[in-house]
Design a protein around this ligand. Structure first.
Ligand code: E4P
Length: 221
């Protein structure tokens, strides 16, 4: 499973890169706003220089022509840029055009298998079901994910599914268990994947035992 970081924060991206487990990054307008970014294209370029993997940058236009214009400009920033497009009729039309131009797309804000099917047919490179936000409205995010993976397998669509809007480690693990291609996760969730209280207890115990042995050996001469 590939792990993407869902952030526009350069320090977080650098840290995950240093850990050696970062395969890509996804951003959205809210994440860009959170970092107070003034130069959107410059910021996306900087992310691409750190990551060396797919970096999603979202269009703001809501009409097909506007989306295409933004998408073509974004794709010129760096070869790793993936254009993120919402799953609307205008968006699906734009994805169809962009896939013929070999511009990679990430169809975002997906909440149903029907939406995902349209994105697959349009030639989307990536499709992002929003797991956390599906759970928020009382639906079963894992049922949605299972439907998407079943449809992809049944027809051999090329798209990869990105488990998005991830809120906790369990989302990541359940998506991995189902064979989901990618999870894009906030930095706190990535940190949470490392932690287990028994790991901390185990390290404490090993260090304590080691130090006791060293003390004893010193005393024995
Ligand atoms: C996906 O690519 C989105 O950027 C993201 O996962 C949205 O997550 P949120 O629901 O936590 O805002």
């Amino acid at each position: 499973m590939k792990l993407f970081l869902d952030t526009a924060n350069l320090q977080q991206i650098q840290k995950a890169k240093d850990w050696g487990i970062l395969d890509g990054v996804t951003t959205n307008p809210s994440l860009i706003a959170k970092e107070g970014v003034r130069d959107f294209h410059g910021h996306i370029r900087r992310i691409c220089e750190i990551v060396r993997g797919p970096v999603s940058a979202e269009v703001i236009a809501l009409d097909t022509e506007g989306m295409l214009k933004e998408a073509r400009e974004l794709s010129k920033i760096h070869e790793d840029v993936v254009v993120k497009i919402p799953v609307t009729p205008a968006g699906i039309q734009a994805v169809g055009v962009l896939s013929k131009e070999n511009i990679h797309t990430n169809v975002t804000l997906v909440f149903s298998a029907g939406q995902a099917l349209l994105a697959m047919k349009a030639g989307a490179t990536y499709i992002s079901p929003f797991l956390g936000r599906v759970d928020d409205i009382g639906w079963e995010s894992m049922d949605l994910l299972e439907d998407l993976l079943t449809i992809i397998d049944a027809y051999g669509f090329d798209a990869e599914i990105i488990a998005a809007s991830v809120r906790h480690a369990k989302h990541v693990v359940e998506a991995a268990r189902m064979g989901c291609h990618i999870a894009t996760i906030p930095f706190q969730v990535l940190e949470a994947l490392f932690h287990h209280p028994q790991t901390d207890n185990g390290i404490d115990r090993f260090i304590k035992d080691w130090n006791q042995l060293q003390d004893r050996l010193r005393k024995e001469g």
